[in-house]
Design a protein around this ligand. Structure first.
Ligand code: HXC
Ligand code: NAP
Length: 292
């Protein structure tokens, strides 16, 4: 009988040696919730001081509490990554509090399911602005500071597998994530000579308690999540955190320009013939299109 991919080791275990990130500062955007919090926690467990940037005070407080519970140093500051001036000020504050970040994890993103024909221009702009533009602005800010200082760094951009496949119901996010993946390849070449690694990290399906109502309602529509995965289970957030710490560790130094997919093979085609096409409107329980 097929049993799927076994569960990972329990939370709290690390593959890298303790202290791998001692003395390092790791900045994770959107680390007050979900996968960003999980990624930041794994860096903290390995000795890093953590900086968290996001918009909402309650998220910053939750991220701070999670990192403090691990006994690591943490600094949080409000920042909307759509705004380069806010990013510059946030990097100044982080650098003053903890030092210049050695690692940047561009995790913050925006997304909600909507049929493309229903999507308003501002809905498109909002998702692209946060997911693609925000990722570039943060990467640029880190690189400029390291180029000036002559110091190495590591950047990880969190992506999504519909960067390759397209994502029905997510035209904005899929296009933005395709840009994020492509950006990894360009920046890794431009900044490699200065010692800056740039990689992508793509989560498969990783449900977590902080998922927005929009994303959760979309997941709730797919009945059984585990049997829909080739691994017969979804991802555990710590599995993404372990992958991030490896990519930014001294043992992953020669990996650059790569996008690592951590999804139990969920984005590969999984049947001999394709399933019947169901229009996205129907999948989302929406009636016929009406121009408003
Ligand atoms: C249609 C929507 C919408 C929805 C918002 N909009 N939600 N349109 N369906 N469900 C439209 C609004 O009407 C508005 O357009 C425009 O988007 C901007 O909305 P605001 O609420 O003004 O934007 P803002 O306050 O900046 O909030 C951004 C947000 C919000 C993206 C809308 O959801 C957010 O803060 N998200 C952050 C967290 C997040 O998205 N996490 C998901 C990451 S998961 P109009 O025209 O009315 O002005 C992920 C991969 C998951 O990326 C894959 C799982 C399978
Ligand atoms: P999430 O919990 O909704 O986290 C998104 C984070 O981004 C929030 O903490 C939010 O904080 C922050 N953020 C959003 N807009 C921002 C802005 N303008 N400026 C600064 N911060 C902003 O989502 P998640 O599931 O953990 O997703 C994390 C990453 O994984 C994203 O890149 C997502 O695309 C990717 N991903 C997730 C899955 C999954 O199954 N969970 C699958 C594929 C890809 P504030 O609200 O405080 O700003």
């Amino acid at each position: 009988m097929a049993k799927g991919i076994p569960e990972p080791p329990p939370i709290g275990e690390t593959a890298l040696r303790p202290g791998t990130f001692d003395g390092q500062v790791v900045l994770v955007t959107g680390a007050g919730t979900g996968l960003g919090k999980a990624i930041a926690s794994e860096f903290a467990r390995l000795g890093a001081a953590i900086a968290i940037l996001s918009r909402k005070a309650e998220h910053l407080e939750a991220g701070q509490a999670a990192i403090e519970a691990l006994g690591a140093r943490v600094f949080t500051t409000a920042c909307d990554i759509r705004e380069p001036d806010q990013i510059r000020a946030a990097f100044d504050a982080v650098t003053e509090a903890l030092g210049l970040p050695n690692v940047l994890v561009n995790n913050a993103a925006a997304n909600f399911p909507v049929p493309a024909e229903d999507m308003s221009p501002n809905a498109w702009r909002t998702v692209v602005d946060i997911t693609l533009n925000g990722t570039f602005f943060c990467a640029r800010e880190l690189a400029r500071r390291h180029l000036e200082a002559g110091t190495p760094a590591s950047i990880i951009n969190v992506g999504a597998s519909y960067a390759w496949t397209g994502g029905p119901g997510f035209a904005h996010s899929a296009a933005a994530k395709a840009g994020v993946k492509n950006m990894v390849e360009t920046l890794a070449v431009e900044w490699g000579p200065y010692g800056i690694q740039v990689n992508g990290l793509v989560p498969g399906l990783f449900p977590h308690e902080d998922m927005t109502a929009d994303i959760r309602s979309n997941l709730d529509r797919t009945h059984d999540k585990d049997p829909c995965q080739p691994a017969l289970r979804v991802g555990r957030p710590r599995e993404l955190g372990w992958a991030a710490t490896f990519l930014a560790s001294p043992y992953g130094r020669f990996i650059s320009g790569h996008t690592l997919v951590v999804d139990g093979a969920n984005w590969q085609r999984r049947s001999m013939t394709n399933p019947t096409v169901v229009p996205i409107r129907e999948q989302m329980g929406k009636g016929p299109f009406e121009a408003k």
